[in-house]
Design a protein around this ligand. Sequence first.
Ligand code: PEP
Ligand code: MG
Length: 572
Amino acid sequence: MPSRTWSPKTTTIRPEPVAMTVDRASPAASVSPSLLRGIGVCPGRVAGPVAVMAPRPRLPADRPEVADATAEAEAAISALALTAADLERRAAATSLPGAADVLEATAMIARDPSLEEAIRSAIAKGEPAAWAVDRAVDAFRAMLLDLGGYMAERVGDLDDVRDRTVARLLGQPMPGVPERDSPFILAADDLAPADTVTLTSERVLALVTVRGGPTSHTAILARSLGLPAIVACAAAGSLRDGELVDVDGSTGHVRVGIAPHEAAEVNLREQERRAARAASRGPGRTADGHAVALLLNIGDAAGAASVARVDAEGVGLFRTEFLYLDRHDAPSVDEQVVLYSGVLEAMAGRKIVVRTLDAGADKPLPFLHQEGEPNPALGVRGIRTARRSPDVLTDQLRALALAQRATGAVAWVMAPMVATAAEAKWFTDLAHEAGLPVAGAMIEIPAAAVRASDLLKHADFLSIGTNDLAQYTLAADRMAGELADLLDPWQPALLELIRMTAEAGLAAGKSVGVCGEAAASPALAPVLVGLGVTSLSMSASAVADVREALAAVTLAECRDLARKALVGLRTT
Ligand code: PEP
Ligand code: MG
């Protein structure tokens, strides 16, 4: 990572009011004094102390009058200085790669004299300290976005300075992922994908969130880190800092207030379980030898290293948008070539399917300007972003082709959110022309599943994204924990669409995989194979269990299970 620097380049400050609010959903869930229930989204059990992630500070609805502007300015400036000092202390203390640069650059923003000047000027106009900080930062924010490039990238850091300073002034808890000396179980209202990407399994033992659904991107990122995780746990808001809890990511249960010796036992058992899973090796096969490739879903270059660790056959879904969630300008071709070349090299000849940027809905990419859509899940997301910003897609395809040439590897490429055969043709033609010989489409929209055979006249392969396919088939927001029953991948309507797609693939002699979270279910994997899918792509933490589940059944048994599942009989 290049060293970050902050250069004050203030021109005209254009103050505008900003609302700092945090929505708190209050989904119903059953609670007992010691057991909280949510939806387990990443298996594994761990016990440890809770650290609560505070939400962004909220400015009270009633704005107080300023009695003493000088005192108000002193309070604001000293809170800003404390924010800077705290960031500098963390920069000096961190050992995480790249983190010191980020923290130092953020501290430099907090020390920028023109920010101080803007705060003083807002106070002189009658704003109380916290409101003045908010207003000054918002004006800076607009200015940085206008400047673009490196400066626009600092917007997230600037927001962090605002949140920390405002929280200090209002006596509210510090926002963001907490800093602790030892690993903790993170309890949060919800995590933005950008929060989740800052987590590491060294710092965080498990995640428990009030909101989110089983296929929300928080859940997906937790799985990619192998962190036991529970979402839609309404009572998680009652967890307190330091409390000892036992989190079971399979059952969705959180036992609160356990004794230290119980915590030690839980962790010992989990270590033994992990050791047993680490010993699992070999290609995916049913008991009678029918091959089903077991592939990984990854979100960054480091994820490629897990392929060898769990002995997967390759990568079935590389979610490239996860690389750029905090970027305010599009990555350059050169930058992408370096990154993709590294991933292709790490694959050492194994299969890799790279998905072009799937921006939109809960994964907006700032450089694609997707804000303001009334219904983002039905808006300009996935391949549709190329209607507005075709260069971002063509640059990505070019970078992939250059990475292929540089490494001598072949990357399969696919587009997300393809709805029609015409879109599949447009994308695959574009990819082939760019020098990518294997180009496919994701099946995430019911229309595409129904017309899979038409899509296969153009696409070289299909990959079923069951997370979105369930969301759009059942008309149930994948973020909504309370609709989890509708998003259940055992829903016969979803399985029917998978069957139609897989049969179209068999007829065309082309591969049809599943890369949504359904592929990670050991109970459902045999059903998917029985429906005709040729590969399953999942997080590294799921591979051992799915491998074992397939090895326990014959292909004929898989087909029988599939027939039963299509009429609503589940085998869990
Ligand atoms: C899916 O929708 O199933 C999928 C794999 O894509 P994502 O979860 O990234 O939307
Ligand atoms: Mg999707």
